[in-house]
Design a protein around this ligand. Structure first.
Ligand code: 2RA
Length: 351
């Protein structure tokens, strides 16, 4: 019989995209069970052409489940993932609850697929969307040149903060629409938007906000530390130097990252392009003369990380500068979890 998949958090921003993806991907699943918190129980969701009713998150809901994908807040995952494992499921968790646990592999199928089979706790973690968008493009360059350091700035879409983030941006844009003077005096955008900030610390309309996540040590944000720690773990480079500045921008979906990557050996831009042209999960969009570069308005709704603006640093022959954009809800979240879940249940060839 085909394996059973549970989707926990099926009605959230990522869960909804996962249901769409499951409808479009090769069908490896038998039953798909959608689970969510009490407020969403009973809702109908279309998946693989069928109308499914969202069920309650209970221990019994995991009975007979082969793989349970969790798209829920950290504290919900921390509580319920071990319960799902106890009931016999392998958990693929998209929260930060287990990512840095040494007994939990952090898997990106294009980079470290074999690690799905090393899961002593029965849990496999999915990386943060900013890390994922970037790392698919960085790994092939690491294989080619030996990565030593990453200095990056992110341009993160509001859907990274869930549906509440998307709703807040659209409300703010609605309030300021048509005002052709706004943005020319200190505080005028703040006044126009008022206190309707949604999950953000400042207005996103007509603005960029150099903050994502919560306050970590020494002034870093939690998002910046996640990019550092998760990049090290995925690439197996515990001493990799990483400096990130994470910035929220008025984009609905599609995280972008401007990267300065330093390598052990000299690099050349055409060699880097060649490595990326042949890399899985990456699409090269690098023809600035023709106006072609990676942008969220084009990458949204697509699977790969879009990479372009590849240049050898003027002042360092061992460094590349590049720009990466990817759909934060797809490769940044739902797609990567779907790929991991499919790896867990893949047919094995006997050795
Ligand atoms: C964000 N990376 O964009 C987070 C979501 N996991 O806010």
């Amino acid at each position: 019989p085909q394996p059973t998949l549970a989707v926990v958090g099926a009605t959230g921003a990522v869960g909804t995209v996962l249901c769409d993806l499951l409808s479009a991907r090769r069908n490896v699943w038998g039953e798909i069970r959608l689970l969510a918190s009490a407020r969403s129980v009973g809702r109908k969701v279309r998946c693989r052409g069928e109308e499914l009713t969202v069920g309650a998150l209970t221990p019994e809901a995991f009975d007979g489940v082969d793989v349970a994908v969790f798209d829920v807040p950290d504290e919900v995952a921390a509580r319920w993932a071990p319960i799902a494992v106890d009931r016999g499921a392998v958990v693929v968790d998209n929260s930060a609850a287990f990512r840095m646990d040494p007994a939990v592999p952090l898997v990106v199928p294009e980079i470290n697929p074999d690690q799905v089979d090393h899961r002593p706790k029965g849990i496999i973690a999915n990386a943060n969307c900013t890390t994922l968008t970037m790392i698919v493009a960085i790994a092939p360059l690491h294989r080619e040149y030996g990565l030593r350091e990453l200095v990056l700035a992110s341009y993160q879409a509001v859907s990274g903060a869930g549906q509440a983030g998307v709703d807040a941006l659209h409300r703010q844009l609605g309030k300021i629409a048509g005002d052709r003077v706004l943005g020319s005096r200190p505080g005028d955008v703040r006044q126009a938007v008022g206190d309707d900030l949604g999950p953000f610390p400042a207005p996103l309309a007509l603005n960029v906000v150099p903050w994502a996540g919560s306050l970590a040590d020494h002034g870093w944000s939690s998002e910046e530390m996640k990019v550092r720690n998760e990049s090290r773990k995925i690439l197996g480079l515990p001493d990799l130097k990483v400096s990130a500045t994470c910035v929220r921008v008025p984009v609905v979906t599609g995280h972008s990252v401007a990267v300065h990557a330093v390598f052990a050996t000299e690099v050349d831009a055409e060699g880097a392009r060649e490595a990326l042209r042949n890399a899985p999960g990456v699409i090269l969009v690098d023809d600035p003369a023709a106006g072609e570069f990676p942008m969220p308005i084009d990458a949204v709704g697509t699977d790969p990380s879009w990479v372009g603006r590849i240049r050898r640093a003027v002042d360092d022959p061992r460094a590349l500068d590049l720009f990466v954009t990817g759909d934060n809800l797809r490769k940044g979240a739902a797609l990567n979890t779907a790929q991991i879940a499919e790896l867990v249940v893949r047919p094995r060839t006997r050795s």
